[in-house]
Design a binder for this molecule. Structure first.
Ligand code: P5A
Length: 441
């Protein structure tokens, strides 16, 4: 992509409304634009990151055997009346009346609808187990939408739902998602600590939130320092191996970690020596629940078991804050000059800065490099605009691509590009023909 053709409306000054760094940088880099309180348009740069995150989520879900589908954003109130949540959900639910005076709503979550889909498609234990998910916009009329897309009213969520015959099998489905979530976040460069959590309006008796640490996080969290020494790499696992999956879950859940709503200082003191007790703030980037028959019973989702009995299905639901993650990753990875994207979610792999647009030799060299890198499979943003060098460097730092390659008349003469690693700040002179090789190492 040529910057001259890319819609990336950069703000020179810090936006006054931004209280936290991710919100500030997302606005300044032209990733999002506020349309109303807690409702945003995703501009091309922001959308690219959102898609990268979605893609990682899809890949990790596929490994677990989950099925992707797509449910609508607008739901009928009927199912919610059956589950009893229509009244319970209160003011957070955006209620709509259609032209026939039917009660509709903009979905804040989909437990009811998916249970009804399941019910209409599965009658026998032979079609189980099942995990169905989608990535879809949600609406929650939050009292205090804030921090940009971090606590929005309209936001993108991955929500998945498991269906099993027995509580034990349901537990395995829960464990699989637990491990898939660890892997998903790790691929985005995040250590998301699973913490015991309150189940709130979703319900059930077992639940974990995944939190990444950041001073600007909304929740206060308490955990064992031992988490720092755990294996957060994207370890390989056979999801059908119940024992192996359970042992990863046990390993993580045996250590104390809790958000404030559920934190118990006495238990913390008993389990964790003082010098290993850590408290801080965290951003909730995911939340998983096991609620057994809470929705299947009232909605009549019964399945025939091997003995011919009709039993209510065992379910859990599993959420990832896809749009919130964009802000969360920035909170976890930035400096005073801007964003530092982890490679896996960067909007482009590499940027090229033409120091002297209009100079025939420099333009030619940049075009050559731009073509070569694209041919080698890199997604490249070529800054071909006629701006001051200082402005170009600042803009490239702000948008935080992993690599920036500077090409100027002097380099053209000596046959060298200057390659800068955004994260380390290290600059290396590299012959033009070796740039691709250099940045892939
Ligand atoms: C799990 C999937 C649920 O809704 N039902 C379906 C369950 N869980 S949850 O914890 O309420 O939400 C899941 C994740 O969505 C993100 N999230 C938000 N992101 C941005 N703005 C919001 N207002 C918002 N509310 C929830 C969080 O990451 C949360 O973990």
């Amino acid at each position: 992509m040529r910057l001259s053709k890319f819609f990336m409306p950069i703000l020179r000054d810090d936006p006054k409304e931004a209280e936290i760094v991710s919100h500030k940088y997302m606005l300044r880099a032209g990733m999002i634009r506020q349309e109303s309180a807690g409702i945003y348009s995703w501009l091309p740069l922001g959308l690219k990151v959102l898609k990268k995150i979605e893609n990682i989520v899809h890949e990790e879900q596929a490994k677990t055997g989950a099925n992707e589908l797509l449910m609508p954003t607008i739901q009928s109130a009927d199912l919610w009346r059956q589950s009893g949540r229509y009244e319970d959900y209160g003011k957070e639910m955006l209620r709509i009346t259609d032209r026939h005076d039917r009660d509709m709503l903009y979905g804040p979550t989909n437990e009811e609808m998916i249970t009804s889909i399941f019910k209409s498609g599965v009658q026998s234990y032979k079609d189980m187990p099942l995990n169905l998910y989608h990535i879809q916009w949600k609406f929650r009329d939050e009292v205090r939408p804030r921090f940009g897309i971090m606590r929005g009213r309209e936001f993108l969520m991955k929500d998945g739902y498991s269906f099993d015959m027995t509580p034990q099998e349901g537990k395995h489905a829960y464990n699989k998602m637990f491990v898939a979530y660890l892997r998903t976040y790790a691929r985005m460069g995040l250590k998301a600590i699973p913490m015991r959590a309150d189940t709130g309006p979703i319900g059930g008796d077992s639940s974990h939130e995944f939190l990444i640490l950041a001073d600007t996080g909304e929740s206060e969290v308490f955990f064992d320092k031992a988490f720092y020494d755990m294996d957060w790499s994207t370890f390989e696992i056979d999801y059908d191996d119940k024992q192996a999956v359970a042992s990863v879950v046990d390993d993580f859940t045996s250590k104390y970690a809790a958000a404030e709503e559920i934190h118990n200082q006495e238990e913390f003191d008993a389990k964790v020596p003082k010098d290993r007790q850590v408290s801080g703030r965290g951003i909730e980037v995911g939340h998983i629940f096991f609620f057994g028959t809470k929705y299947s019973k009232p909605l009549g989702a019964l399945v025939q078991d091997a003995e011919g009995n009709q039993v209510p299905v065992q379910s859990g639901s599993y959420g990832i804050g896809v749009s919130r993650l964009v802000g969360g990753i920035i909170e976890a990875s930035h400096d005073e000059n801007g964003i530092i994207w982890p490679q896996a979610v960067a909007p482009f792999d590499v940027g090229i800065i033409n120091l002297k647009s209009g100079d025939a030799a420099t333009d030619k060299q940049c075009e050559q490099l731009y073509g070569d890198l694209q041919a080698a499979g890199f997604d490249v943003l070529y800054d071909d605009r006629d701006d001051r060098a200082g402005a170009k460097f600042a803009r490239m730092d702000l948008i935080g691509l992993p690599w920036a390659i500077t090409v100027g008349p002097r380099g053209v003469k000596s046959g060298m590009a200057e390659v800068k690693n955004r994260k380390s700040g290290e600059k290396t002179d590299v012959p033009f023909s070796d740039v691709g090789k250099f940045i892939s190492q």
